[in-house]
Design a binder for this molecule. Structure first.
Ligand code: GLN
Length: 472
C-alpha cells in the first residue's frame, strides 16, 4: 500500500482498523520528505525525531485500547506564522530566524489534543505579506505540479507540502486569499473559515480584523476533518465566537437540488486566462447538472475592495510590526551606539522589502489627519461591501467565482498585469469560502471558489462535496 497516496481520513481509518501503524504513516512521509523536500522547499523547520516519538505515542494509545483524537496519526504541516512551543517559529523572516516560542497557538494545542502528528513548520511569504511564497527569507517554495511555477501564497509551503505528499493536512492563514490562492495553484482543497470560527491566538498577526487561520487537505473531507479539529470558542481570542459549530460531514453529502448559487457579474467581466474561463464554464455546467440554480448577481462595491484592503492591511501591519524592535523578539543588530540606532539597524537588517514597504505605507496612512482620510474611509467602504454580500445572501445559499483568474506564473517572475483577485473582499466581509480543484486532470490546476455567508460553512461544504463527487 502506498501510504502517501491516501487521504488523511483514509490513513486514520486504516490506523484504527490496525492495517497500518502511526509510525508507518509518519515514516513513509519522512521518506518522501527526504526525496523531494530539498527541491520543493515547502518547510522551514522539520523535526523528524519528535514526529516519530509522537507517532509511537499514538500507537501506544491504540495498543492500550485508549480513545484517540480525530487527527490520530495524520502527518501535519503548520504555517510558520503560527507559534509552536519549543519549536522554532520564524514567520519566514530573518527577524525571527532564531525565535522559539514558549507556548502553543490554540490551533496547535488542538492539533496535539486530537493526536495529529506535526512534522514541521511550512514556508510562507515574510510575515504572510504576499501571494507567491517568494519573499520568504528561507527561499521560495516550488509548485509540485510544475516546479518552474510559484505555488501561490502566502501559505505556499502548507499547500505545496500536501501536493508533494510530504504531509496529509496542514494549517495556513488567510488575510486576503493566502489559503485559497495556493490551494488553487497546487490542486488541493483550502478553506478560509468565517472570521471568528477558529481562534487566532498564537497567530503572528498581519491584519487583526482580516486574518483567519484555516485549513488545507487533499479533498473536501480532509479539509473538514482538520477544520473540525481546530475550530471552536477560545477565551484567549476575544473575536472567537461563543459557539462550537462542528460540521457533520455525512449529513452534508447531499444533492445540489434547489441550492441557489449567485454568480457575480463583476467576476465574469474580469480578464481571465482562457484555461480558467474554460474550467469555470465547465464547473458551472456541472453544478447546474447537479440541480443547482445559478443566477447572475451583482456586487457593485467590490471594485473598491482592493484599495480598501490595502489601506487596512498596511495600517494594521505597520502597528503589528512595531513589536519587532530588536529588544523583545528576535534579531538584534550587532553594532549600535544609541537606542534609536538599535531599533533602526535591527529593523533595517532583519526585515525584507515588502515588510518595509507596508510599514512605511501603513505609518503614513495612519498618521495625523490621514487616519480619517484613508483608514476610516476604507472601513466605510468595507461596510458597503458587507452590505452587498448581505443582499445576495438574503436570496442565495452560496456565491461562486474562480479562486484566481490566472494560472501560477514562473518562479522569479512577478504578477502579470492581468492578475486580479477579489479574494480580499471575502476577508473584508468576514465570510467563509472554499477553493476546490475544478477538475481532476494532470497539469496545472484551476480553483473553483465557493463563498458562504458568515458561519454558513455547511452550505459551502455541501456544494463542494457534491461538486467533488461529480467532477472527473
Ligand atoms: N496577497 C495578500 C497580501 O499580500 C494576501 C496576504 C494573505 O492573505 N496573508 O496582503
Amino acid at each position: 500500500m502506498d501510504i502517501i497516496n491516501l487521504s488523511g481520513w483514509e490513513m486514520r481509518e486504516k490506523l484504527l482498523n490496525k492495517e497500518i501503524s502511526s509510525r508507518e504513516i509518519v515514516k513513509s512521509h519522512l521518506d518522501r520528505i527526504d526525496k523531494v523536500e530539498e527541491n520543493i522547499n515547502a518547510f522551514i523547520t522539520i523535526d523528524k525525531e519528535k514526529a516519530l516519538k509522537d507517532a509511537d505515542m499514538v500507537d501506544e494509545k491504540i495498543k492500550n485500547g485508549e480513545n484517540v483524537g480525530i487527527l490520530a496519526g495524520i502527518p501535519i504541516g503548520i504555517k510558520d506564522n503560527i507559534i509552536t512551543k519549543d519549536f522554532r517559529t520564524t514567520a519566514g523572516s530573518k527577524m525571527l530566524e532564531n525565535f522559539t516560542p514558549i507556548y502553543d497557538a490554540t490551533v496547535v494545542k488542538k492539533v496535539k489534543e486530537n493526536d495529529g502528528i506535526i512534522l514541521g513548520k511550512t514556508n510562507l511569504d515574510e510575515f504572510a505579506m504576499g501571494g507567491t511564497t517568494q519573499s520568504s527569507y528561507f527561499g521560495p517554495t516550488k509548485n509540485p505540479l510544475d516546479e518552474t511555477k510559484i505555488p501561490g501564497g502566502s501559505s505556499g509551503g502548507s499547500a505545496a507540502a500536501i501536493a508533494a505528499k510530504e504531509v496529509a493536512l496542514s494549517l495556513g492563514s488567510d488575510t486576503g486569499g493566502s489559503i485559497r490562492i495556493p490551494a488553487s495553484y497546487c490542486g488541493i482543497v483550502g478553506i478560509k473559515p468565517t472570521y471568528g470560527l477558529v481562534s487566532r491566538y498564537g497567530l503572528i498577526s498581519l491584519s487583526n480584523s482580516l486574518d483567519q487561520i484555516g485549513v488545507f487537505g487533499k479533498d473536501v473531507r480532509d479539509a473538514v476533518l482538520m477544520l473540525n479539529a481546530v475550530s471552536g470558542h477560545d477565551s484567549m481570542d476575544t473575536t472567537s465566537i461563543n459557539n462550537d459549530i462542528k460540521l457533520d460531514i455525512e449529513s452534508l453529502v447531499d444533492s445540489l437540488k434547489g441550492m441557489k448559487i449567485g454568480l457575480p457579474k463583476e467576476y465574469l467581466d474580469l480578464e481571465m486566462d482562457p484555461k480558467v474561463k474554460e474550467e469555470m464554464d465547465k464547473a458551472i455546467n456541472i453544478l447546474k447538472d447537479g440541480g443547482a440554480i445559478i443566477e447572475e448577481v451583482s456586487l457593485p462595491n467590490i471594485k473598491y475592495a482592493n484599495e480598501a484592503y490595502n489601506i487596512i492591511v498596511c495600517g494594521d501591519a505597520s502597528s503589528n510590526m512595531a513589536r519587532f524592535d530588536g529588544i523583545r523578539y528576535g534579531y538584534r543588530a550587532a553594532d549600535y551606539e544609541t537606542l534609536d540606532e538599535l531599533y533602526i539597524k535591527s529593523r533595517t537588517e532583519a526585515f525584507g522589502d515588502e515588510v518595509k514597504k507596508r510599514i512605511l505605507l501603513g505609518t503614513y496612512l495612519l498618521s495625523g489627519q490621514r487616519g480619517d482620510e484613508y483608514y476610516k474611509k476604507a472601513q466605510k467602504v468595507r461596510t458597503l461591501i458587507i452590505n452587498d454580500f448581505n443582499d445576495i445572501f438574503s436570496k442565495y445559499d452560496t456565491i461562486i467565482c474562480p479562486t484566481a483568474t490566472n494560472l501560477p506564473f514562473n518562479l522569479g517572475g512577478s504578477r502579470p498585469s492581468k492578475y486580479y483577485n477579489y479574494n480580499e473582499a471575502i476577508n473584508l466581509a468576514g465570510l467563509c469560502s472554499i477553493s476546490i480543484p475544478t477538475s481532476k486532470g494532470d497539469g496545472l490546476s484551476v480553483g473553483l471558489q465557493i463563498i458562504g455567508d458568515r458561519f454558513k460553512e455547511s452550505n459551502i461544504i455541501k456544494a463542494a462535496l457534491a461538486y467533488e463527487g461529480m467532477v472527473k
